[in-house]
Design a protein around this ligand. Structure first.
Ligand code: HMG
Ligand code: MG
Length: 342
């Protein structure tokens, strides 16, 4: 027998529960060079739901010429909404919408949670939204207002919060100004994006402190780290210590942004869950089922998952206590200490 869950050692001051906002089906699949078949996308969401993820971002209602990978957004979202297993337990199924046209389509298909997505920098606003920062805020305002009137929750994403590949460092006050505009517009939660993965923990704390000082507390903030430089988990811990309780992550570490140079995958959900469970923080996620889901998706995409936890756990079956009966011929962990057959 070998143990496949971390020993639990809580750290005082951290939250008891963290809400994982799973973005693999959207942020992950939008960045694939090949198009994943519609049925596989639906099955991916179903498996993520079975693994216990309470919030699963499904897709984006954007023009197919901008993101061809998600051209089947309508079909995927309609199927997901119609699937009783996925919608059980009040699962949250947000979708991205940039404008009124996307909003109309999402609502027509039953969306009750949406996200608009702004940029802290002018260059990325133009590249990603074909608008200045001010023009993009003006595009979002009617969407957020209509959503509010219809009882639809809106999350506001903000990209390039810790650095921009074209503009370099981004001043804290510039990020706070645009983020606060999204909150003041009516976004219930602000997800701070490290789109190209350049943040480090002290910088995370500094930005969260700047938002708190401007009247946006950690309770309104989510963090969205891409893992280009291997900092995503350290940055997440810094955010948890500051009081953030919603963390975005992508199953298997899929992801990136087609309009941001050097954006790699998001923080892998499995790596996040391993750390949170080790800290004694509840997530509702079954790590074994999630690893199996990412292994299945990696097979489909034809390349291994970059998640360290997936790599460590792949092919292992766990019981509810994280115990597996490992194959001693393939699992070096079982041949350590007592050795096989001991
Ligand atoms: P545009 O080309 O300026 O739009 O794009 P437009 O208003 O001029 O319309 C052009 C055509 O698109 C028209 O059709 C519209 O009807 C149509 P035509 O008349 O030429 O036949 N159109 C639409 N079709 C379907 N759905 C729509 C829609 N809107 C217009 N919603 C726009 C402006 C904002 C639409 C475009 O730039 C866009 O959608 N950009 C999104 C790109 C994207 O999805 N990027 C990835 C997501 S952001 C991200 O990944 C970062 C994040 O993860 C956080 C982080 O990591 O930092 C969130
Ligand atoms: Mg992203």
């Amino acid at each position: 027998m070998t143990r496949r869950l971390p020993d639990v050692r809580p750290e005082p001051g951290l939250p008891e529960r963290v809400f994982i906002h799973e973005v693999g089906a959207r942020d992950g699949l939008q960045n694939e060079s090949g198009v994943v078949p519609t049925e596989a996308k639906i099955e991916f969401v179903r498996r993520l739901a079975r693994a216990g993820l309470g919030t699963i971002e499904v897709t984006s209602f954007v023009p197919p010429k901008w993101v061809p990978q998600l051209a089947d957004a309508g079909e995927v979202f309609a199927a997901v909404r119609a699937d009783a297993e996925i919608t059980a337990a009040d699962r949250r199924l947000p979708v991205l919408v940039p404008n009124d046209r996307g909003f109309d389509r999402a609502v027509e298909l039953g969306a009750d949670r949406i996200a608009v997505f702004g940029s802290a920098t002018e260059t990325f606003a133009r590249r990603n939204l074909n608008r200045t920062v001010a023009e993009s805020l003006a595009m979002f305002a009617p969407v957020v207002e209509r959503a509010g009137a219809a009882g639809i929750d809106t999350r506001g994403y903000l990209s390039m919060c810790w650095g921009d590949p074209w503009e370099g460092p981004v001043p804290l006050d510039q990020v706070v100004r645009v983020g606060k505009a999204l909150v003041d517009m009516g976004c219930s939660q602000l997800s701070l994006g490290d789109t190209i993965g350049v943040a480090t923990p002290g910088h995370v704390t500094a930005l969260l402190a700047a938002f708190a000082e401007a009247g946006v507390p950690a309770s309104r903030i989510a963090v969205h780290f891409h893992d280009s430089y291997g900092q995503a988990l350290a940055n997440t811990l810094a955010a948890l210590r500051f009081g953030v309780t919603t963390v975005d992550a992508s199953a298997g570490g899929l992801g990136g942004c087609p309009y941001a140079e050097s954006a790699t995958g998001n923080l892998a959900t499995e790596d996040l869950v391993w750390m949170l469970h080790g800290l004694g923080i509840e997530t509702g996620v079954d790590l074994g089922a999630l690893v199996a889901t990412s292994a299945w998706m990696a097979d489909l995409l034809g390349r291994p998952s970059p998640s360290r936890a997936v790599q460590a756990l792949i092919g292992k079956r766990m019981d509810a206590h994280g115990l597996v009966l490992a194959d001693p011929t393939t699992d070096p962990a079982t041949t350590s200490a007592a050795g096989p057959g001991a």
